[in-house]
Ligand binder design. Structure first.
Ligand code: ASP
Ligand code: MG
Length: 592
């Protein structure tokens, strides 16, 4: 019999009327012949209320007690939902995380799922019951209650769908699907019918906050089709699955992370490992770095810039101060009034011209780009916060995201996918940790060269000019990074195929002349290492391990870009093979 998991968020169980409506949805699915598992969140804003209560008692409540407290929110909901199903004449049983056997690690308030036993749920389903599972919670090996982090019920739902081999996981929420961007900022944003796991992951971490990111990682790992839809209407919603809405579209969505802060450490001795000192100090404070840009060092010194969530700025500044002192760097500065705008799309991996189109659109609006990083399926720029909403609008318009793309293929949830999912489940079971990091591949690309224009005037439209001229020469640019510059000047580095280097240098030299900056630097052969996997960002140690292992053998990193699915580093072309070997050794334990 087919199993359907239905997850109801806080707004969907906010009062008794809504609880009854949710119960009816489950009963309807059961009548259609499915076995039904409901996963529910705490009612309305209950979790917030509990957090505030704890704060009234103490500024720093012990994390274990926080979990004890927060888990009660979901316990209230499951009991009421089960009562609602009963009252409508059907059988139901509510279960807490512990009763299901959701075993997590002991990282209170952000625990990761290790394993889930499906026997008890399966038994209840076979007895004809609707199972009501408490979202967001689990239990560690010593029977302490744990929670999965705010918004974690999504992760519970997808994880249950994975272990039960469910046919689909329906996420009922207060919006009716995934939009091309936030409709509150860009009213013409369009609901997409389908989006791929990778695109959803990138969009979510770029600021599109519909689903818990770890739930998408799960869905991808186990090929669980996720259906996001409204609990208040019968609109079709959005399918999150392996394939995008349309391969022909370079961009599927745009997102804004409004409250970012940019920090730069200037004049870092350019030797392997210097960046690690900085990065590990920041990681030690549990802060995740976002855009990271390291300039190719001039005069034996490098500048490193990165962004963090605005709320993490005080902690990060402390780490930076320590690092500056220890590294004997020149100084640091920061800007706490910046936002990140990203465009995402599987299609851009195979289409050209996406970056310059974005830069041109921003340039024409007079919006200055402060930093750029690109990865295979994402381009991110940092802008002043006062320009952020405009930038998002302009980008959305430029890629005509409001228009439906040509019809997509049928939504594929075929059996091939399920058998892959089962294979993945086996594999992860062997690894003893459902939410463990997995590295799916480490590749070496030795075909590129690097060009850097140093001291580009930091004014609107310059990046557009550079990449339009390069594109006009028929040159395919791969990776782009623009650093926050010194004294109103930026450094722009990019990689091109080695055969196009001479042409690229010519163009860059002409441009540098025009901009009044010094001659561009270049490297005829660089090696790009691409580490791909699932959980690359939520497991913050991956980046550090990458940098550290290379630093340990004296390999300097020229360019970096990180995304949800990949870490790309560019190193000296002579060191590519060695770097590959080192990374393969470093990640041998998590490679599949
Ligand atoms: N109730 C929890 C929260 O508000 C979990 C969830 O809603 O997913 O974060
Ligand atoms: Mg929620």
């Amino acid at each position: 019999m087919s199993i359907v998991v239905q997850k109801f968020g806080g707004t969907s169980v906010a009062d008794s009327k809504k609880i009854l409506a949710a119960a009816r949805k489950a009963i309807r699915a059961q009548k259609e012949g499915h076995q039904v598992v409901m996963v529910v969140s705490a009612m309305g804003k209950n979790t917030d209320r509990l957090v505030n209560l704890a704060k009234e008692i103490t500024e720093e409540p012990p994390a274990r007690e926080m979990d004890m407290l927060l888990s009660t929110g979901e316990q209230v909901s499951v009991a009421l939902v089960a009562m609602a199903v009963h009252s409508l004449g059907h059988e139901a049983i509510s279960l807490t995380g512990a009763q299901i056997g959701i075993v997590t690690d002991s990282t209170h308030t952000k625990a990761r799922i290790r394993s889930i036993s499906s026997e008890r749920i399966q038994q209840a389903l076979d007895d004809g019951k609707i199972v009501i599972a408490a979202g967001f919670q689990g239990i560690d090996e010593s029977f302490n209650i744990t929670t999965l982090g705010r918004g974690g019920s999504d992760t519970t739902a997808v994880a249950l769908a994975a272990v039960l081999g469910a046919d689909s996981c329906e996420i009922y929420t207060d919006v009716d699907g995934i939009y091309t961007t936030d409709p509150r900022v860009v009213p013409e944003a369009r609901r997409v019918t389908q989006i791929s796991y990778d695109e959803m992951l990138e969009l979510a971490s770029a600021g599109a906050g519909v689903m818990h990111n770890r739930s998408i990682e799960f869905a991808k790992k186990f090929s669980v089709p996720v259906h996001v839809r409204s609990s208040f209407s019968d609109n079709p919603g959005t399918m999150i699955t392996t394939e995008p809405e349309a391969f022909s579209q370079p961009v599927c969505g745009a997102a804004m992370l409004k409250n970012e802060a940019r920090l730069s450490v200037l004049g870092v001795p350019d030797r392997p490992g210097a960046a690690i000192t900085l990065f590990s100090k920041i990681a030690a404070k549990n802060v995740a770095m976002d855009m990271i840009v390291q300039n190719v060092g001039a005069g034996g010194r490098a500048d490193i810039s990165f962004t963090v969530f605005h709320d993490d700025l005080p902690k990060t500044l402390k780490a930076v101060e320590e690092a500056v002192w220890e590294l004997k760097a020149e100084r640091y500065n920061y800007d706490d009034q910046v936002s990140k705008i990203s465009v995402v799309g599987l299609g851009m991996a195979t289409q050209t011209g996406v970056a310059e189109k974005m830069f041109r659109a921003l340039g024409e609006k007079g919006i200055n780009i402060l930093m750029i990083t690109t990865s295979q399926i994402k381009i991110s720029v940092l802008v002043a916060r006062e320009n952020a909403a405009d930038a998002l609008r302009v980008v959305h318009q430029t890629f005509s995201l409001e228009n439906e793309p040509p019809p997509a293929k049928a939504i594929g949830t075929g059996s091939g996918e399920r058998s892959r999912a089962v294979a993945a489940a086996d594999m992860v079971a062997r690894m003893q940790g459902m939410e463990n990091l997995i590295i799916t591949g480490i590749e070496l690309d030795e075909s590129e060269a690097r060009v850097t224009i140093v001291g580009v005037p930091d004014t609107p439209g310059l990046a557009a000019q550079v990449f339009e001229e390069i594109a006009a020469a028929g040159i395919l640019v791969d990776m782009i990074v623009q650093s926050d510059g010194r004294e109103g000047q930026a450094n722009l580095s990019f990689t091109v195929p080695q055969g196009d280097l001479a042409k690229s240098i010519d163009i860059a030299t002409t441009l540098a002349d025009r901009f009044g900056c010094q001659a561009p630097t270049s490297c005829p052969k660089v090696a790009k290492l691409i580490v791909s996997g699932i959980g690359m960002k939520s497991h913050t140690t991956v980046a550090i391990r990458t940098f550290q292992s290379l630093a340990d053998v004296g390999i300097n990193i020229d360019m970096i870009s990180t995304s949800e699915a990949q870490i790309n580093v560019v190193v000296d072309g002579q060191k590519g093979q060695n770097a590959l070997k080192i990374l393969q050794q470093e990640f041998a334990d998590v490679m599949v």
